[in-house]
Design a protein around this ligand. Structure first.
Ligand SMILES: NC(=O)c1ccc[n+]([C@@H]2O[C@H](COP(=O)([O-])OP(=O)(O)OC[C@H]3O[C@@H](n4cnc5c(N)ncnc54)[C@H](O)[C@@H]3O)[C@@H](O)[C@H]2O)c1
Length: 439
């Protein structure tokens, strides 16, 4: 197997996992990040994010010397006398106010690469970007590459999910390679060869669209079942059974059919927006995506709506929020529905006692959580609460001692926005219970 010298620019949730896993399969990798705090932690062997399994891989490859860190792209391109043959761009592509993706970091990195290469280099876009970004990256490199050094741009979107990122990277459903030359295709196939994954080779634009279309499709599936849940609530049907019945159809499948509080995180909300924006920009008004977003916005208000039905006056009442991260097994708070819940409840005069196993430090940094009391565990959060709101489906919340929960609360009201509990069993225990789309 051919081993490559690889530079990964951006050492966040995607870049760090990509860098560590590429080193794990034998390549020599240097990860570059412009955040000095993050870099200091990484150089000291500390991982600044919560990602199951990443620690072991990280320690192994760092010990072997195959994973290093650098403060600048220039340093990363020529690290300890070795020249990067492949450069992955994995910087953030945060949304602007109009929903479009901010690609200034991608452009800045492309310019620096162009000015500092002196032999054939493959520049791989791993960040999620709108269609035609690859062409822009190529044009940028061409403009600043005064020496005329040969290069290729590849679109290689990442599909990992936070919480299972290492496994997703090492055992992907597919590796997408959007290429413009056979040379780049051959090299990229060699980079990924140890994974023995299904590889789909496409043109640049199709690869970029695969990523936006996939995430938007998954978001659509979530909004679809949430819309069905709303109808279930109106007629007294059970969305869990409806989803089960739908999911048994192999053409539909059971995944992403859990009704709840809507989707969040760094990918679905922003990718949906960016996909809508770029479609419109190109002359197609992708209305379906607009509805998906509207349903999601409505769904994020489920707790605030239900709590009023259950508690009548909200001023001065206390709600125990269990879970803050947008999903279990991550500390990522970006676009988490909990942010919306906290904002809405606080604006109605509710006192919040919150607990999350790993995301509280990040939540404390957000203005929406000012004044929120952070508890030391689930039971501490529940002391004297007028209602319990389940916001994130951490498995440990499912295992709560419900009799103890009831004793600790002022009034046993449960708003189960992730359908963790069985409604009949909860009522049997004496809870005033509401689940999403459940009778
Ligand atoms: N998080 C996910 O689950 C996920 C999954 C698939 C794809 N993506 C996509 O991958 C990209 C990165 O996402 P992320 O979650 O890793 O973001 P992140 O914010 O965790 O990481 C981005 C990193 O890039 C660094 N950075 C920014 N500009 C830089 C520059 N000019 N030079 C060096 N470093 C720079 C930042 O300091 C940060 O550490 C985004 O486009 C995202 O949509 C994310």
């Amino acid at each position: 197997m051919k081993k490559y010298d690889i530079c990964v620019v951006g050492a966040g949730y995607v870049g760090l996992v990509t860098g560590a896993c590429l080193a794990e399969i034998g390549h020599r990798v240097v990860c570059v990040d412009s955040d000095p705090k993050k870099l200091k932690a990484l150089k000291a062997g500390r991982i600044p994010i919560h990602e199951p399994g990443l620690g072991e891989v990280f320690r192994r490859v760092a010990r072997s010397g195959r994973l290093s860190f650098a403060a600048s792209v220039v340093e990363g391109l020529r690290f300890k006398g070795r020249r990067a043959e492949v450069v992955f761009i994995a910087v953030g592509t945060t949304p602007r106010h109009d929903g479009s993706a901010d690609l200034s970091a991608v452009e800045a990195v492309a310019e620096t690469i162009a000015k500092n290469i002196d032999s054939y280099t493959v520049v791989v876009d791993k960040s999620t970007v709108p269609v035609e970004t690859g062409e822009w990256v190529s044009r940028t490199i061409q403009r600043f590459n005064k020496s005329g050094t040969p290069y290729d741009v590849v679109s290689n979107p990442e599909f990992l999910s936070e919480g299972s990122a290492v496994r997703d990277f090492m055992q992907p459903d597919r590796v997408i390679l959007g290429v413009t030359s056979k040379r780049a295709e051959t090299l990229m196939r060699e980079v990924y060869a140890p994974l023995k994954a299904v590889v789909l080779v496409t043109d640049l634009k199709s690869a970029e669209l695969i990523k936006h279309a996939s995430n938007s499709f998954l978001a659509t599936k979530i909004s679809y079942i949430n819309a069905v849940a709303n109808l279930c609530e109106k007629v007294g049907a059970d969305v869990k059974l409806v989803a089960q019945g739908m999911g048994l159809d192999r053409r539909i499948g059971p995944m992403f059919l859990n009704a709840g509080l809507g989707f969040g995180g760094f990918c679905f909300p922003k990718d949906l927006e960016a996909f809508y924006w770029i479609s419109k920009q190109k002359g197609y008004d992708f209305q379906l995506l607009k509805s998906v977003k509207e349903i999601n916005e409505h769904q994020k208000g489920w707790i605030a709506r239900k709590i009023e039905e259950k508690l009548w006056n909200l001023e001065g009442k206390t709600v125990a929020m269990l879970g803050l991260a947008f999903k279990p097994d991550t500390d990522d708070m970006r676009f988490a529905p909990s942010v919306d819940v906290a904002h809405k409840l606080k604006s109605r005069g509710v006192n919040i006692r919150a607990f999350d196993p790993v995301a509280m430090e990040r939540a404390k940094e957000l203005p929406e959580f000012a004044g929120v009391k952070f508890a030391k565990d689930e039971y501490d959060a529940l002391k004297g609460a007028d209602a319990l709101a389940v916001v994130t489906e951490w498995p440990r919340f499912k295992a709560l001692d419900l009799k103890r929960v009831k004793r600790l609360m002022r009034t046993p009201v449960v708003l189960d926005a992730r359908n963790l509990f069985d409604p009949a069993a909860m009522r049997e225990l004496g809870f005033d219970y509401a689940g999403v789309g459940r009778p």
